[in-house]
Structure formats: structure tokens, C-alpha cells
Design a protein around this ligand. Structure first.
Ligand code: ZN
Length: 111
């Protein structure tokens, strides 16, 4: 969805699965291969809450048993997005790719 906040999805180990180069919208739960850095009117707490409710509809809910872990995960995911966005000017379009070896997401500038 346009303007929607995206966060990193759960990444599996399957070869040829697309989960390692997409992020997931926290409202639509849809996948996107690109994200645009933008100013957000919602408070960080509001974003974490929205992300937390998204997680219930995501792959994460199936693999994480403890709801408290999902709470922490929501905060971490939003944090990571804020951190990533801070490194780029508003309007920058990023492509994401999970670095399986380093076990972290990497972002490259598209425009
Ligand atoms: Zn996968």
C-alpha cells in the first residue's frame, strides 16, 4: 500500500523463496520489494503498536510462542526501519536484501 510502513518479514532458509528480498506492510500485510524513506506523522509508540498487531497476521506468529517476544520484536522491527531511514534523505527508494551469512538486512539505493 502506498505510504504504508513496512518491516522485515520472517526469513526462512528455503532456496528460491522470495522472503529474503521483501518487506511487509504493517497494515495490508502485503509484500514489497522496495520501500521509500518518508516522514511519518505517527509516533514511534503508535508504529510499534501497529507493527505488533501486524505480527499476529504474519509468519512470525507461527514461529514465536511467547507474545512478549512478539512485543519486543515489534519494537525491534520499527527501530530497525527508523535506523535505516535515518541514513537516507526523504524520498530515497531502497531495495532490501537479507544477507544470510551476516544474518542481517542490507539496503541499497534504487533512486
Ligand atoms: Zn521464505
Amino acid at each position: 500500500m502506498n505510504g504504508e510502513i513496512v518491516v522485515a518479514p520472517f526469513v526462512c532458509n528455503d532456496d528460491g523463496c522470495d522472503c529474503d528480498h521483501v518487506h511487509q506492510g504493517i497494515v495490508s500485510h502485503g509484500y514489497s520489494t522496495q520501500a521509500e524513506v518518508s516522514e511519518v506523522a505517527t509516533s514511534p509508540d503508535g508504529l510499534v503498536l501497529a507493527c505488533r498487531s501486524h505480527l499476529d497476521f504474519s509468519q512470525w506468529a507461527a514461529i514465536v510462542d511467547n507474545p512478549a517476544e512478539l512485543d519486543m520484536l515489534a519494537a525491534d522491527l520499527i527501530d530497525a526501519m527508523g535506523e535505516t531511514a535515518n541514513h537516507h534523505p526523504i524520498g530515497t527508494v531502497l531495495r532490501m536484501m537479507f544477507d544470510h551469512r551476516a544474518s542481517r538486512w542490507r539496503y541499497t539505493t534504487v533512486t
